[in-house]
Design a protein around this ligand. Structure first.
Ligand code: ZN
Length: 429
């Protein structure tokens, strides 16, 4: 770990105080110390020696959580984008992924981190090869992530996968508060029953989360019924994979019975509406039914290979529009509730179980661009969902350390150049 990243995981050494921010209609100050919020409210002022940010009336909001991505896939942006899911994976993605090294993943992830910092995401759930390189990139960028290398044994190499994942888990353990562990079986159609079961055992033993793609295509549901006699959620439940620390990415084809089961087990479903539409999977998570069942729902971008943006504001708008459009009901997802999907409000597991902007919570937050045209008039939540893009973020703070001020991320140009070099080396950039 570099000196920078050690500081990030401890929180900034100098206390940071924001003054003159607007929160829920009142002017507040917010003081951060040792990576946590010490105080927030109208009476909070800077103390001598604090680093101070004068927000000058800018809105203060919680930072965003990207519940499902493959960060290093920024390297694949704009590559093979006009194919359906299985052809895209088999013809374009998997052959190149077989050649990726740790430096490729590191620079691809650094680029993803710049994009996330610029658009207000401070924590993400990642599933990708070379997870130790992902962790280093996250630490060096100053962000937070739950990371797992993909489990995959469709090629029959179960023992090799287990050995690799055990080594990865060792490298990811005990890295400090920036990195949480996950076991990340790729999907039920690429991972054997035995390996899924092994992942459940490993996750329980290490207190790690489980992160899997589920019910992305209708074919996946049909194949699951043919192979196992049940729909995908029931199949995972049979293997003990549905629990309070489980994240299910996609959930496009979940039916009412599956949603009830997922709610009962306390698992989280992360919708990836833009990636679902780009890969033409034929739908998006049925939000009204999921909410009615009591399912914890979050929002993700999926990888930049299939989105191709990491700006969660775009996914938020598309998700809200899709729900209204498909249900024929303009009241199905009120704006404040939609905004809560992007901040992890509706799925506490995604943001580490802590309520944001409270004393004792991690000092992770955003200041929005004061006077931005998109936020100048009208209701803030509605504007954030329907009018804004990530460009309304002015200042991004993680663990009391500003990672972006005035829309500028330090070192961003160099990171883009290094990522482009890696993509050229792989002959995809
Ligand atoms: Zn994915």
């Amino acid at each position: 770990m570099s000196g920078d990243s050690a500081a990030a995981s401890r929180g900034a050494a100098t206390p940071l105080t924001v003054v003159g921010a607007r929160l829920d209609g009142e002017e507040v100050g917010l003081r951060c110390r040792d990576g946590l919020i010490e105080a927030v409210g109208p009476d909070v002022v800077a103390e001598p020696g604090d680093e101070t940010i004068d927000a000058a009336g800018a809105p203060l909001v919680p930072s965003l959580v990207n519940g499902h991505t493959h960060a290093a896939m920024t390297l694949f942006r704009g590559y093979g984008g006009d194919l359906p899911l299985m052809r895209w994976l088999q013809e374009k993605i998997w052959p190149i992924e077989a050649k990726l090294d740790a430096e490729d993943v590191y620079w691809g992830t650094r680029l993803a981190c710049v994009e996330m910092i610029r658009t207000g995401t401070t924590r993400f759930w990642d599933m990708y090869w070379q997870p130790e390189a992902t962790a280093r990139a996250v630490e060096d960028a100053g962000l937070r992530a739950t990371i797992g290398g993909p489990l995959f044994d469709a090629d029959g190499r179960t023992a090799e996968t287990q050995a690799r994942v055990l080594a990865e888990l060792e490298a990811l353990a005990d890295r400090g508060p920036a990195i949480d562990l996950a076991l990340a079986p790729h999907a039920i159609y690429t991972v054997s029953e035995g390996l899924l079961h092994w992942a459940v055992e490993q996750a329980a033993e290490r207190g790690a989360a489980l992160h899997i793609h589920l019910s992305e295509t209708e074919k996946e549901v049909e194949d699951c019924r043919a192979a196992h006699g049940v729909r995908p959620a029931a199949y995972l439940d049979r293997l003990g994979l549905l629990g309070e620390r489980t994240v299910l990415a996609h959930g496009v084809w979940l039916d009412a019975e599956e949603l009830a089961l997922i709610a009962e087990r306390g698992a989280t479903v992360v919708a990836n509406p833009v990636a679902n539409m780009k890969l033409a999977v034929g739908g998006v998570l049925p939000y009204a039914a999921a909410r009615q069942a009591g399912v914890a729902v979050g929002l993700g971008t999926d990888g930049a290979g299939s989105n191709d943006s990491l700006d969660l504001f775009a996914d938020l708008k598309v998700f809200a529009l899709m729900q209204r459009h498909l249900s024929g009901d303009a009241t199905v997802l009120p704006a404040a509730e939609a905004w809560g999907l992007a901040t992890g409000d509706s799925a506490p597991l995604l943001r580490g179980g802590r309520e944001p902007l409270r004393p004792g919570a991690p000092a992770d937050f955003l200041l929005l661009r004061k006077g931005s045209y998109e936020l100048g008039l009208g209701d803030l939540a509605s504007n954030l969902v329907y009018a804004a893009s990530g460009s309304v973020v002015d200042t991004t703070v993680v663990a009391g350390r500003p990672l972006m001020r005035g829309g500028e991320v330090e070192g961003a140009e160099e990171i883009l150049a290094r990522a482009a070099e890696r993509a050229r080396k792989l002959e995809i950039g």
